[in-house]
Ligand binder design. Sequence first.
Ligand SMILES: C[S@@+](CC[C@H](N)C(=O)[O-])C[C@H]1O[C@@H](n2cnc3c(N)ncnc32)[C@H](O)[C@@H]1O
Length: 479
Amino acid sequence: MEFLPIFLDLKGQKVVIVGGGRIASRKAALVHSAGAKIVVVSPRCGEAMHTWLAENQRCSWVAENFAAPHLEGASLVIAATDDAGVNHAVYDAAKARGLPVNVADQPHLCSFILPAIVDRSPAVIAISTGGRSPILARYLKAKLEQFLPFGLGTITGLLGRWREGVKQAIVDERSRKRFWERLIDGPIGEAALSGHTEKADAMIATALQSHAESSGKVYIIGAGPGNPELLTIRAQRLLQRADVVLYDRLVGREILSLCRREARLIFVGKRASLHYKTQAQTEALMVKLAKQGLRVARLKGGDPFVFGRGGEECQTLRAEGIDYEVVPGISAANGASAYAGIPLTHRDHTHGVSYVSGDAIASPVLCKALVASAQTLVVYMGLSKAGELAANLQSAGMSADMPVAVVSAGTTVAQQTVVSTLDHLERDIHAAQLPSPALLIVGSVVSLREQLNWLEERGGIEAEQVFSTPDAMIGREAA
Ligand SMILES: C[S@@+](CC[C@H](N)C(=O)[O-])C[C@H]1O[C@@H](n2cnc3c(N)ncnc32)[C@H](O)[C@@H]1O
């Protein structure tokens, strides 16, 4: 960094502006807006400077050629004349007195530069290109002007007013930081941004009161079927805020890379080479972390409420009095069927779909009911018992030539799909050596894949749908 950005308090300070032209008048106005006393030194002044001097207080004009004694008592000096010799003399005199000096458009004669400014006072954003390109600085300023709400000043004022009160009410620094983050991002911030200052003040008082009793919060988040592009915006936003992330086996590194850099990542799934936690241990951990006041993201493959134990976890949190939110994810059935080109319902085939687990099909009663319903069946966790499932469905009256699709690693670059029939299912799965996770889609809708297989026709998942995994992820796992 060539220049250190600092913000100077110039209230009541003498600032000398050498020059009486348009540029000098602009500099005078800028410095004056920070509360400085302006002394303009120039034998002549142009119209812009005359007008400015006439309209403002805390400024005076010394109608003389510049001389070093003019800098007596000054805190800052700016030269903006069209005479290179005068500019140089100002620079030398200021340097000799140890004063910060800026010569307009002469970066080599500047000990400080004036940045482009986005003014949402009391919030101010300064932009510098190190004196290289004022045009680029102005371009960046215009971009920021568009992006930053005008109410930013109001919210800054609110934060300033409550800073001390919040510090006293929330002693723990991390909790205080979270309180502020939530406040800025939430309804209080909204109220302030839209200019409802009194309402925002009342809301912050209430929030502070309830914070005194509050613990952390658990977000039970569906990570979708594997392709990171299928994560919801809500999920992504919450991962950016979580203090701790408890994640399952089916959550890929690409999705974990979206977590906040400082977040602690804890693997709680089942994986041969790593420790794993039982469901009871995972729930106990969630409770413990939330009671420490942390924001916990419980990240699960697919949707938390579809074979995801999300319901059980909510029951535990409720029993412990812990605040929680459930963020839906795209379930494997939806993701895999879409990427395999198999609609789960179709007016010419079936009007319903049932999601069942592989275990459920072991029950002859349930099997009979499922077959009688003539719905598409999506079987989760059924790959290793596919032969048994096929036999049970046939015993319950399903035709041996009913089409079945097996989709492995659906929605990811590794997706494989095998289409078979009930009577050949076990043989075809064995021949294809499909890895898990995989699900089975049983029903005549599977025959539509011949027409609707958009993904393979296009040659697979598009490049923009494949995330790269930043190296930064490596080493962030903690058991
Ligand atoms: C414990 S369940 C979790 C289901 C998850 N909550 C959901 O909504 O998709 C795990 C099973 O989901 C299925 N599954 C998950 N992700 C999958 C994927 N990408 N492709 C195919 N099946 C998947 C497999 O049947 C796997 O055994």
